[in-house]
Design a protein around this ligand. Sequence first.
Ligand code: ATP
Ligand code: MG
Length: 139
Amino acid sequence: MPTQRTLCIIKPDAVEKKVQGSIIQRVLEEGFRIVAMQQVQLSRAQAEGFYAVHRDRPFFDELCTFMTRGPVVIAALERDDAVAHWRKVIGATDPAKADEGTIRKLYGANVGENATHGSDSPENGLIETAYFFPGHELL
Ligand code: ATP
Ligand code: MG
């Protein structure tokens, strides 16, 4: 399996619940290397840019309001098969449909407030990590 990068965002709902430590511990237990990590409150422009692919979806405004309502923890993660592995660990978008033991099942509230983000392809893993961590391309 190739080494890949994926972007992890611990979303505002999970930070409000004070479970960011548990999620970071899970990241480490799953064998990811943390390439870079920061806590920040996203601006509206950052959230809209990050989720631009969803701009025509009915939930776009709600999604950007949610993602900017409080701090998030953003981490660039590296591992063999990082994209698929992280998505397996976080579980289905809707926590009600997520497998037992996944992060969204454990900490997510509903399809909007679902605790974590993961990149959806190796290509987007690189694009998304560079979006938040320019300059970390070669670390
Ligand atoms: P993410 O990209 O955050 O890892 P995902 O890839 O599982 O999640 P996407 O389809 O990319 O799911 O949706 C992006 C985010 O938009 C979701 O994680 C969720 O926060 C929000 N979202 C998706 N569908 C809905 C919906 N029907 N209603 C409200 N919010 C939604
Ligand atoms: Mg997605």
